[in-house]
Design a protein around this ligand. Structure first.
Ligand code: NAI
Length: 336
């Protein structure tokens, strides 16, 4: 049996709690994983915790796979995001966000089954902002043919390998004619090589309206970074929120699997955080490692625990703590 070496970055706030529960459940599948646990943030006093821990970056590069808990970022000022820095440093250019109903979790829609692919490295996330004159700031939106083409190739290849039928590219090229125009032009060139996959385009504001009116009309969405950020949380809201959707950041060299929720400082350390999102991300990780059977078992066990509804956490209307929920999933995994 293959032993996989995986970097585990527990993260901050509820990160260590949900990471520990996820690790226990993943191990209960019997998949052999050797964890290399490491902090994501530098503890070097000279950078005052502002930067990425280089040893974590090296660990991910070495192991090529990481499972990561959330890390805090200051709002309006302060240090830049360690999460974003990790994705950029490791060139994890594709953000994959499957959005699917979990049975028993209250949601506005049923039978939602979407895949969002978000470009992860450029657009308004380039961090190029400056004050032109007092009272006027400028943020640069960077779109390149190279990054747009590679994210499009990722999306179409993903669709081909996972039996997906249709991709909508989301844009605002009617207004940002050059930048979003280049994104679309690059995507169209890739789409032409995948005639079996239906290709459509939609302006982002219309896409937001369409998806909340009828999410079942969509299969996969391909988005530049900013629209991807907004629409992937919007899509999570269709099936019950950020607590029940996984996420993966994938590059050519390595991949990092993480929950999309944050550090939840309001409940950190209290023992009732919901580990579902990180666990589902762990499922995506198993899939990526070629352990599809174990990934499927986790999904089934999770769904059974939700369907039974006896051991779910408070955020989804239950009473269980993190460990009780994890024990319930493990008990189902161990059933014959
Ligand atoms: P948040 O996701 O941490 O919390 C929003 C609300 O959802 C809170 O009421 C929280 O208790 C609840 N919540 C989140 N995850 C939960 C879970 N697993 N179980 C139960 N309840 C859960 O978002 P917020 O407050 O905006 O951000 C807090 C910090 O997290 C910030 O510093 C932010 O920058 C960071 N963050 C990090 C992310 C990452 O590492 N990928 C992603 C999003 C935010």
């Amino acid at each position: 049996m293959t032993k996989h070496k995986v970097t585990l970055i527990p993260g901050e706030g509820i990160g260590p709690e949900v990471a520990a529960a996820t690790r226990r459940i993943l191990e209960a599948t019997g998949v052999q994983i050797e964890w290399e646990e490491i902090a994501g943030r530098s503890d070097n006093s000279s950078d005052q915790g502002k930067t990425v821990n280089q040893a974590a970056v090296e660990s991910v590069r070495r192991n090529r796979v990481a499972l990561k808990g959330p890390m805090a970022t200051a709002i309006a000022g302060g240090a830049p995001s360690v999460n974003v820095a990790l994705r950029k440093t490791l060139d994890l250019y594709a953000n994959l966000r499957p959005v699917k109903n979990v049975p028993g979790v209250k949601s506005h829609f049923e039978n939602v089954d979407l895949i969002l692919v978000r470009e992860n490295t450029e657009d308004l996330y380039s961090g190029l902002e400056h004050e032109v004159v007092p009272g006027v700031v400028e943020s640069l939106k960077i779109i390149t043919e190279k990054a747009s083409t590679r994210i499009a190739k990722f999306a179409f290849e993903y669709a081909k390998c996972h039996g997906r039928k249709k991709i909508h590219a989301i844009h605002k090229a009617n207004i940002m004619k050059l930048s979003d125009g280049l994104f679309l032009k690059s995507v169209r060139a890739v789409a032409a090589d995948f005639p079996a996959i239906e290709y459509k385009e939609l302006i982002v504001d219309n896409a937001c309206m369409q998806i909340v009116m009828d999410p079942l009309q969509f299969d996969m969405l391909l988005l530049p970074n900013l629209y991807g950020d907004v629409m992937s949380d919007l899509a999570a809201g269709l099936v019950g929120g950020l607590g029940v959707v996984p996420s993966a950041n994938i590059g050519d060299e390595c991949a990092m699997f993480e929950a999309v929720h944050g550090t939840a400082p309001d409940i950190a350390g209290k023992g009732f955080a919901n580990p579902t999102a990180l666990l589902m991300s762990g499922g995506l990780m198993l899939d990526h490692l070629g352990e599809q059977k174990a990934a499927g078992r986790i999904q089934n066990a999770l769904e059974k625990v939700y369907r039974q509804g006896k051991h779910t956490t408070r955020d989804v209307g239950g009473k269980a703590g993190t460990e009780e929920f994890a024990d319930a999933v493990i008990a189902v995994l161990k059933q014959k």
